[in-house]
Design a protein around this ligand. Structure first.
Ligand code: COA
Length: 176
């Protein structure tokens, strides 16, 4: 018994300035130097992962779903056309009431790569692809004072709600 639940599988995506590569274990070496930068953890909290922790994390993410299958895990590394990995975007996909898929979104850009519209560009590409793959509802959880992240959310069609989850405001694309 039990329903077989499957999730979209992340594929290679391209936007004008960026390539989005489905995350692999060997991305850890390229991501570690800038992901361990304290400055990008200001609003999200938590300590940066070690290289080994990052490898384990990327290995889990590359599976494409949580161990129990209840969530789809879609993670992309953002590679600028110059060849440098500059960030990551992710969607955690679940099924809501009625079985419709929804994606909880997040984005992180290397400190040095911020302010060039890369987060908007990558998140936008991800959302278009997710919509094409059956994900209709989107959420994001953002610190109320995190201007850059709020601007990214707005740019991809989300709006703030009144729901606070662990100090972060929920944004979504529900009709209001
Ligand atoms: C949030 C984050 C991904 C934005 O990345 P980015 O590539 O610099 O964002 P973009 O260049 O696409 O800019 C998006 C918007 O933020 C604005 N912005 C960028 N940096 C800003 C800053 N320091 N202060 C205010 N606004 C800023 C841009 O002007 C742009 O606004 P616009 O759409 O009105 O023009 C990046 O700041 C980051 O990685 N922060 C650390 C990790 C994190 O907190 N992630 C968010 C978890 S929800």
């Amino acid at each position: 018994m039990g329903m077989q639940v499957t999730w979209p599988v992340a594929t290679f995506l391209k936007s004008p300035r960026l390539d989005l590569e489905p995350v692999r274990v060997d991305h850890a070496e390229e991501a570690y130097p800038w992901l361990s930068d304290e400055r990008i953890h200001a609003f999200t909290g938590g300590a940066p992962a070690s290289l080994d922790e990052l490898r384990a994390q990327f290995r889990r993410q590359a599976e494409g779903h949580s161990p129990d299958g209840s969530q789809g895990w879609l993670n992309w590394m953002i590679r600028h056309r110059t060849g440098r990995v500059v960030g990551t975007v992710q969607a955690t996909v679940t099924r809501g009431r009625g079985g419709a898929m929804q994606g909880d979104l997040a984005w992180v850009l290397a400190f040095e790569a911020q302010g060039h519209g890369f987060a908007r560009e990558a998140a936008g590409e991800m959302v278009i692809w997710l919509m094409g793959n059956g994900v209709q509802r989107f959420t994001a959880h953002i610190h109320p004072r995190h201007k850059a992240s709020k601007a990214v959310a707005r740019a991809i069609g989300l709006h703030p709600t009144i729901n606070v989850v662990q100090g972060e405001l929920e944004w979504n694309n529900d009709d209001s």
